[in-house]
Ligand binder design. Structure first.
Ligand SMILES: Cc1cc2nc3c(=O)[nH]c(=O)nc-3n(C[C@H](O)[C@H](O)[C@H](O)COP(=O)(O)OP(=O)(O)OC[C@H]3O[C@@H](n4cnc5c(N)ncnc54)[C@H](O)[C@@H]3O)c2cc1C
Length: 360
């Protein structure tokens, strides 16, 4: 039974992918996105090889994205450094480019994008003027944080949560040459920093840091960078060469490891609303796309009643990936074990295995 057009809330990768698939099925979905125009979201600057394949299936090819092709991972911990080939090529590309292309594709197949922030009140999804959204199927794709009025079913990321920090800047020719074909992952106690080139000669430095580590730096991202720049390590050298006038974007409390195991009738939770994988795995966008595919397949075949079975099945599929990525993330950011992680990861075949075990 599909009586009203399906509603998608959130126009990031999960919501846009759902809109493309619903539009292709002739459903004329309506997407509510809170941003007035597409922004350059902090998270998701690297696309894995499986994600690139899935984007291709949605009509957004790697060539059209035009990002920076990545075939090598350079991993560092303290003064040690390792280098390994990725199982297949990935891509560094901005979220501005990715989200713009996905939303344009959705509009091209009949989706309507409306700019409004949706909230949940008195058991209904509501527009800013208080009008309730009337729909028997809602695809909730609002990202990693709770929607106002609709807290997550289980508390997530208790204890010492991770925060996300990002700096995007025009890379000097020397840095462009050094990063050519590579993504760098610098591990440090209680955090890590990923550095990759994007389209247009920009570089993206993205960090996940435990709250307590930022607190040690007085809560200031700039002071944290200054502390990490001390000593003679590959990370210190990279930070020392960063442009000083750029400020860092930040997001708080990322609920890594959380997943939705249940939902309400007619409510399909997608992307980070379905499960949040540690960013070290570089698979969050992949999860967004796969959840959109499976949810829309279920809806096309059975309608809104399919939501609860979809959510349970997807939670089961995510379980081992989240657990494995969580374990890797814990090891990689521990002071004592991180160097061991680098040695193990550089053993031929193991990087491939670790990469594949976290792919959705
Ligand atoms: C530090 C960090 C680095 C990461 N790096 C990578 C990476 O390199 N590669 C990778 O694959 N993954 C990465 N991830 C994970 C990845 O970014 C997410 O998994 C992915 O963005 C999830 O997509 P989504 O569409 O579910 O949510 P989002 O990308 O968060 O999109 C949600 C959308 O919903 C909109 N929205 C939110 N609330 C409302 C509302 N109430 N009403 C209307 N609209 C709303 C937002 O404006 C946004 O457009 C990273 C995560 C972190 C924290």
């Amino acid at each position: 039974m599909k009586n009203t057009p399906p509603i998608v809330i959130g126009g990031g990768p999960a919501g846009a992918a759902a809109a493309i698939l619903l539009g292709r099925a002739g459903a004329y979905p309506v997407v509510y996105e809170r941003r007035e125009s597409v922004g350059d979201a902090l998270c998701g600057g690297f696309l894995s090889w499986t994600t690139l394949r899935r984007l291709g299936e949605l009509g957004v090819s790697g060539e059209a994205l035009g990002g920076h092709i990545v075939h090598t991972l350079r991993l560092t911990a303290g003064q040690q450094a390792w280098r390994m080939a990725l199982p297949e090529s990935g891509m560094g590309v901005s979220r501005l480019r990715l989200d713009s292309m996905l939303l344009a594709r959705a509009e091209g197949v009949g989706a309507e994008i409306r700019r409004a922030t949706v909230r949940y009140e008195d058991g209904t999804f509501q527009l800013p003027d208080g009008q309730a959204i009337e729909a028997d199927s809602i695809f909730l794709a609002t990202g990693k944080h709770d929607m106002r009025g609709l807290p997550r079913s289980r508390a997530a990321a208790k204890g010492d949560p991770f925060l996300g920090l990002r700096m995007r800047f025009a890379a000097k020719p020397e840095l462009r040459e050094q990063l050519s074909g590579a993504i760098e992952m610098h591990l440090f106690p209680k955090g890590y920093a990923g550095l990759v080139l994007h389209e247009g000669g920009f570089a993206n430095l993205c960090m996940a840091v435990r709250k307590s580590r930022l607190a040690q730096a007085g809560g200031s991202p700039e002071r944290l960078l200054a502390q990490l720049a001390e000593g003679d390590t590959p990370l210190a050298r990279r930070i020392a060469a960063l442009p000083t006038q750029e400020c860092m974007d930040a997001i708080g409390h990322v609920p890594y490891g959380w997943r939705a195991v249940e939902t309400q009738p007619g409510l399909f939770r997608l992307g980070d609303q379905a499960g949040v994988i540690p960013s070290l795995a570089g698979e969050g966008i992949g999860i967004a796309l796969v959840s959109a595919r499976l949810a829309t397949d279920a809806w096309i075949s059975d309608g809104p009643v399919a939501a609860e079975a979809f959510q349970r099945a997807f939670a089961a599929r995510l379980r081992s990936r989240l657990a494995f990525a969580g374990a890797i993330s814990g090891i990689a950011t521990s002071r004592h074990v991180a160097p061991l992680f680098g040695i193990v990861a550089s053993i031929p075949g193991l990087a491939r295995l670790m990469g594949n075990l976290t792919r959705i």
